[in-house]
Design a binder for this molecule. Structure first.
Ligand SMILES: Nc1ncnc2c1ncn2[C@@H]1O[C@H](COP(=O)(O)OP(=O)(O)OP(=O)(O)O)[C@@H](O)[C@H]1O
Length: 268
């Protein structure tokens, strides 16, 4: 047990894995993020918002791929500024982009080993770390299959394996459940929940059901603004007519989320 005092409703430790403060990002005339404040702690934090809300942009700040036009970003105890700090941080992050490139003729093992090399996992550890990552996502039996032959669900698992191969302290998953069928989505949520037991995971999604099943903490982004920060239960409590202490489930969370959206007049 940490002796540090914590104000976080979900009991997270005081030092976040990552945080942004007053982060603003513009693409020409579009304000993708408008003065966003957020903290990301161990466990799974869901980033919920409709298409175009700014989720991918926020993840790109956390991955150090982009810098804000104004505001600050801290990742794993470092300000995400300057080449040396950025490179150091990148080696300790795992990332699953919305669509990730892979050579169809690479085997699953080659794909994950390649990611290990990119993240500077020492040569002597690469085999074993690859094996460990494949075991984590239950793809050991498919290790010698070609990437081009995988189903959508398996491809996502391979994507997670490459994100975990450097034993990251922060894992960023951009809409990982998109394109999965309902059964795959259920399996995938269990996997993400498990990852949250060992590290800090930030997962963007536009599905309230994902958050109800996995997310302990939730940030809701609407039109580039952070509109809600709290637990999944607190978001459910925003649903009109909800009984106090009712269980967290997809429909209540959806209703709580829609109440926020309507209040905001945002596009969904
Ligand atoms: N490279 C870019 N150039 C111009 N505008 C961009 C660029 N990337 C994003 N935008 C705009 O910034 C806003 C936020 O986009 P972002 O991709 O961060 O949202 P998102 O919540 O991840 O949406 P989605 O779920 O559709 O990926 C949108 O209005 C989008 O059109």
């Amino acid at each position: 047990m940490s002796a540090h005092h914590s104000d976080d409703p979900a009991g997270a430790p005081a030092a976040p894995a990552a945080s942004v403060e007053g982060a603003t990002v513009r693409y020409r005339t579009v304000v993708a993020l408008d003065g966003v404040d957020a903290e990301f702690h161990p466990g799974v934090t869901a980033l919920l918002g409709p298409n175009g809300a700014g989720k991918t942009t926020l993840l790109s700040l956390l991955s150090t791929a982009r810098r804000p036009d104004s505001g600050t970003v801290r990742v794993l105890g470092e300000p995400a500024r300057g080449r040396a700090a950025t490179l150091r941080v990148r080696e300790r992050i795992g990332m699953l982009p919305q669509s990730f490139g892979h050579h169809p003729r690479f085997t699953v093992r080659e794909f994950v080993e390649y990611a290990a090399w990119l993240r500077k996992v020492p040569a002597r550890d690469r085999r074993q770390r690859t094996q460990e990552a494949l075991r984590l996502v239950d793809l050991e039996r498919q290790a010698d299959q070609r990437m081009g032959a995988l189903s959508g669900g398996m491809l996502r698992r391979a994507g997670i394996a490459q994100a975990m191969v450097n034993r990251p302290a922060l894992v960023l998953l951009d809409e990982p459940t998109v394109g999965l069928d309902p059964a795959q989505r259920v399996g995938f949520r269990t996997l993400v929940k498990d990852l949250g037991e060992r590290t800090s995971v930030v997962m963007s999604t536009h599905l309230a059901e994902d958050v109800a099943q996995i997310g302990t903490r939730v940030h809701v982004l609407l039109d580039g603004r952070m509109r809600f920060t709290g637990t999944a239960a607190e978001l459910c409590d925003r649903a009109p007519g909800r009984a106090a202490g009712a269980p967290v489930d997809g429909p209540s969370l959806e209703a709580g989320y829609l109440a926020l959206v309507q209040q905001d007049g945002a596009r969904v």
